[in-house]
Design a protein. Structure first.
Lengths: 100, 499
């Protein structure tokens, strides 16, 4: 399957990665090469095989719905590029204005 | 004495500490010097000598009080994919600039609880995506091995250590760490172990907790040890393994004494030799080494059995759909909000896009885009579900084989180490490095790479033993027999204590 510039631009937008115009063409070629290569899987008869998401035993382990961690807002905000303290001391991650 | 301390294996260092021939502080000082001497290899992103000396002194104090721990005073390197509390953790990526985790990964926590000493954080391919350690934001790692002078035919470029755990492998091989942690998603412990002439063990999926290890492809990521000997791998694994309620895929099983499994007795062991691994174009010297490995195991009393793993050919393509798909999801968290790099934009979306464009290198970007595509509406069934079905067939092949055999012997990698820069303009040529290692990741099976011989150019080559799920004991036992037979005593051209 070949991808063109427009398809690559669309995927990059979905992935939230900004690409320059000059990057689209070479990436389209690289990604097309990889997709063409993985299409060899179409040779395999998989009609008897259910999709396998993990080798771990089926079913997730259950536990009591209890708070097991937390109470450390400073540690969590400590790595944020921008944060703001609140009056209550809880604090926030700061991002560009979302609502006008 | 201090000049030779770094030449000791983990078991030898442990026993020397036990006999009070040297202190943990003396051993650690030797390694701190070795880490500095090994800087030309670029094996470490962060060195933590002060940490190391403090931990070593605590180990000496425990020993003086008779409270010695299993790994007390053993200096190790930690792949910089494991979160270490308060210590820079980069995943080899620009996008984690300045990230100091407020928590410790389960596996490193277990190692410190066992008395190990942290020398620093080892370099790696960015987010563990690569087979050459050339995709790190912190620059490539150099393999301590060089082609032998009389054999390199004028080409003596520095070689890759393999990847993605390339810094870990180079540090252990160059005697700049007794042992190291690695992670293996498609071969990232075993292939660099093969390229650097050391032992690398990928345990069973679920054996070592993934909690606190930066995620690449969660259903395929396996933490594990990298060491100079099989015995050392057994000692390390015992400290690293165990159930962890914080990783929902962690297996609630007891951890055996792996060192006790090294009996040297493999009489009657049925060793599978998969005919499909004789891939087209396998170099003659790799095939010859494989045959030699079969003979070594036969001489030790094992019974080689030809087996078939019919879907081997498709494992790699399935991997290069599944791993990028999981990566595109896992790496969505790097958005410039909570940690790491932020590039400001006019609005939130622009901030995300500019941050991720600046923060991800070319290979990571490629995989995130492939993953996004194969998970997107209209392509999910054709690519992602198809790959998961092929994964099921690969796992079924192994299950059928293990009805007839106890373990499988195969080459670790299709070549010896190549030059830095080689294979870098063709992603698929690079991906082919993982052709023999990826199937065990898809099936979650334990596998060990053991140095078994030298290439015509004088570079190390590994053989791997793949075992049944949770039979690390059997894998280690057969691996040690292979190690004893191979008598691999060669040293790389760069060894820290000779600098």
């Amino acid at each position: 399957m070949g991808l063109d510039r427009e398809a690559v631009a669309h995927i990059a937008a979905l992935a939230r990665i900004r690409l320059t115009e000059a990057e689209l063409e070479p990436l389209a070629a690289e990604l097309s090469q990889i997709l063409t290569w993985v299409e060899q899987l179409n040779e395999v008869d998989t009609s008897g095989a259910a999709p396998m998401a993990s080798v771990a035993g089926s079913g997730l382990p259950m536990r009591e719905d209890l708070v097991t961690d937390g109470g450390c807002p400073d540690a969590i905000l400590g790595n944020a590029p921008r944060s703001a303290a609140s009056g209550g001391g809880a604090g926030f991650f700061a991002v560009p204005k979302v609502i006008e | 004495m201090s000049g030779s301390l770094t030449a000791l294996s983990l078991a030898e260092a442990r026993d020397g500490l036990g006999r009070r021939e040297f202190s943990a502080r003396e051993l650690t000082e030797s390694y701190v010097s070795a880490v500095e001497a090994a800087r030309p290899l670029n094996a470490f992103i962060t060195e933590t000598p002060d940490h190391a000396l403090t931990m070593a002194e605590a180990a000496d104090e425990r020993r003086a009080r008779g409270m010695t721990l299993p790994l007390d005073g053993i200096p190790i390197a930690v792949k910089d994919l494991y979160c270490t509390k308060g210590v820079l953790t980069t995943a080899g990526s620009h996008i984690l600039d300045g990230f100091r985790p407020p928590y410790e990964s389960t596996v490193t926590d277990k190692l410190w609880q066992a008395g190990a000493v942290m020398l620093g954080k080892a370099n790696l391919d960015e987010f563990a995506m690569g087979s050459s350690n050339t995709t790190s934001f912190y620059g490539p790692v150099e393999n301590p091995w060089r082609k032998q002078a009389q054999r390199h035919l004028g080409d003596n470029r520095p070689l890759v250590p393999g990847g993605s755990s390339g810094g870990s492998a180079a540090a252990v091989a160059a005697h700049a760490a007794v042992a190291a942690t690695g992670t293996d998603t498609g071969g990232s412990i075993r292939q660099p172990a093969s390229f650097c002439g050391i032992v690398g063990l990928k345990p069973t999926y679920g054996r070592c907790s993934r909690w606190g290890v930066v995620a690449y492809a969660s259903s395929l990521d396996h933490p594990g040890p990298m060491t100079r000997t099989v015995r050392d791998a057994a000692i390390m694994l015992r400290a690293m393994a165990g159930h962890d309620p914080r990783d929902s895929t962690s297996a609630p099983l007891p951890v055996p004494d792996y060192e006790a499994a090294l009996t040297g007795d493999i009489r009657g062991l049925r060793v599978g030799v998969p005919r499909e691994y004789r891939a087209d174009g396998m170099p003659g010297e790799i095939e010859a080494l494989w045959r030699q490995g079969i003979e070594w195991l036969r001489a030790a009393g094992a019974e080689p059995v030809e087996i078939s793993l019919p879907h081997t050919k498709y494992a790699l393509a399935a991997y290069y759909i599944i791993a990028p798909a999981e990566a595109s999801s896992n790496l969505a968290r790097y958005d410039g909000v909570r940690f790491g790099l932020r590039v400001d934009g006019a609005n939130l979306d622009e901030m995300y896009e500019l941050t991720r464009a600046a923060g991800f290198g070319a290979e990571v970007r490629r995989r995130v885009l492939i993953g996004t595509y194969v998970l997107s509406a209209g392509y999910y069934d054709a690519y992602y579900l198809k790959a998961q079905r092929v994964r099921a067939l690969v796992a079924r092949d192994f299950a059928a084989a293990f009805e007839r055999v106890d373990c499988i012997l195969a080459p670790t990698a299709p070549s010896a180490a190549f030059a830095i820069g080689e294979n870098s303009d063709d992603p698929i040529a690079m991906y082919l490095n993982d052709v023999f290692t990826v199937p065990a990741n898809l099936a979650g099976l334990p596998a060990i790479s053991v140095p078994a011989g030298l290439s015509a150019e004088g570079l190390p080559l590994g053989l791997q033993i793949i075992g049944r799920a949770f039979d690390e004991e059997g894998v280690l036992r057969a691996g040690e027999v292979l190690e004893s037979a191979a008598q691999f005593r060669h040293q790389p051209s760069f060894v820290a204590e000779r600098r």
